[in-house]
Design a protein around this ligand. Structure first.
Ligand code: XIL
Length: 330
């Protein structure tokens, strides 16, 4: 059986994306261009990488990804503008090392957004404007972070407004994880609802989909899709991977996945893509947080140095049973 292309298989339904780096594009560019219709920079468009000092941007890596995508007719999702991680320390400090004042931080945030979104105007069609702002540790609505602590909750709306001004055509997303957990889901829903009520230029919600072969249940995923879609927002699956381990599982004794793990993953991928196809009228994009099992951030998180196998392609870029379960059913 000839290997079908993922992006061709799902062309009628949604874009199929992968998180990439310049290094991976060099090694696997042709393979990626054959299977994916969208890319996201795994790290190279984050503030820490792109804006190392207040007066200095470094666009070299991001430009290479954007140029590669342009040459290959592949869409780019920009990721990410305002997040509590991978943001350079200078952002929250005055030159003398004291904490930055509110107005100054707002201006820095806006300047960063204007510069980055403006540079890739017309080339990054969507942006994860605000990433992971909802709290999932306490019963507070928003996660404590310098953005929240210094600016206040309206940093979110201000970020969307700045992005919209810089590229009025770009689709603007709020992106988060544990998005199917009923408690966090309702907090995310409430944040989105209030942004829409205040007239914020937000067009969609990104479901990161860092799931595993056991959870969340299909019913929980369905409920989350329906809940967010009920707001009239577009849905992107932004960082899909199916870990072989439950999140709290810290075992680290496997050199390769068990037959049972492989088979559960195959079934789960089939069900999950079945669900995505069912909701293809609201889901426009499904992006994996990587390409193939030779490299995944899950090799380092949450257990450093534990190999994981979350994707449709194996360590040699060969299709896994998971690949066939997804493409055969489509
Ligand atoms: C991760 C990258 O995959 C890692 O290489 C990096 O060390 C940390 O960030 N949620 C997000 C992504 O929105 O940006 C994160 O990416 C994974 C969790």
């Amino acid at each position: 059986q000839a290997m079908p292309s993922l992006k061709e298989t799902f062309r009628k339904h949604f874009k199929v994306g992968a998180a990439v780096s310049t290094r991976i594009l060099e090694a696997q560019g042709d393979f990626i261009a054959g299977h994916f219709s969208s890319v996201t920079a795994e790290n190279e468009m984050k503030p820490e990488e792109i804006h190392p000092e207040e007066e200095r941007y470094d666009f070299a890596a991001a430009d290479r990804i954007i140029d590669w995508a342009g040459k290959n007719g592949i869409a780019v999702r920009g990721h990410t503008l305002v997040w509590h991680n991978q943001v350079p320390a200078w952002m929250f400090l005055e030159k003398d090392g004291t904490p930055v004042a509110r107005e100054r931080l707002l201006e820095r945030m806006r300047e960063h957004i204007r510069t980055v979104v403006g540079r890739y105007k017309g080339r990054a069609y969507a942006w994860d404007v605000v990433n992971e702002a909802v709290d999932d540790k306490t019963d507070r609505a928003l996660r404590p972070s310098p953005w929240l602590d210094i600016i206040g909750p309206d940093f979110i709306q201000a970020a969307f407004e700045a992005a919209h001004e810089a590229d009025p055509e770009a689709l603007l997303f709020y992106n988060d994880y544990n998005e199917t957990d009923p408690v966090k889901r309702e907090k995310i829903y409430e944040l989105l609802r209030s942004l829409l009520e205040q007239g914020a230029p937000i067009h969609g919600v990104g479901l990161q989909a860092h799931w595993n072969i056991y959870e969340p249940s299909l019913a929980e995923i369905r409920e989350a899709i329906e809940r967010y879609a009920s707001l009239g927002l577009r849905l992107h699956i932004t960082e899909l991977d199916l870990s072989m381990y439950r999140f709290e599982d810290r075992r680290n004794d496997l050199d390769f996945p068990s037959v049972e793990m492989m088979s559960l993953q195959r079934q789960r991928y089939e069900e999950i893509f079945g669900l995505f196809r069912e909701y293809a009228d609201v889901i426009d994009s499904v992006t994996f947080w990587g390409v193939a099992d030779d490299y995944t951030w899950l090799d380092y998180f949450p257990v450093r140095g534990r190999k994981n196998w979350p994707f449709l392609f194996d360590e040699k870029l060969r299709p896994k049973a998971s690949f066939w379960s997804v493409t055969d059913a489509a």
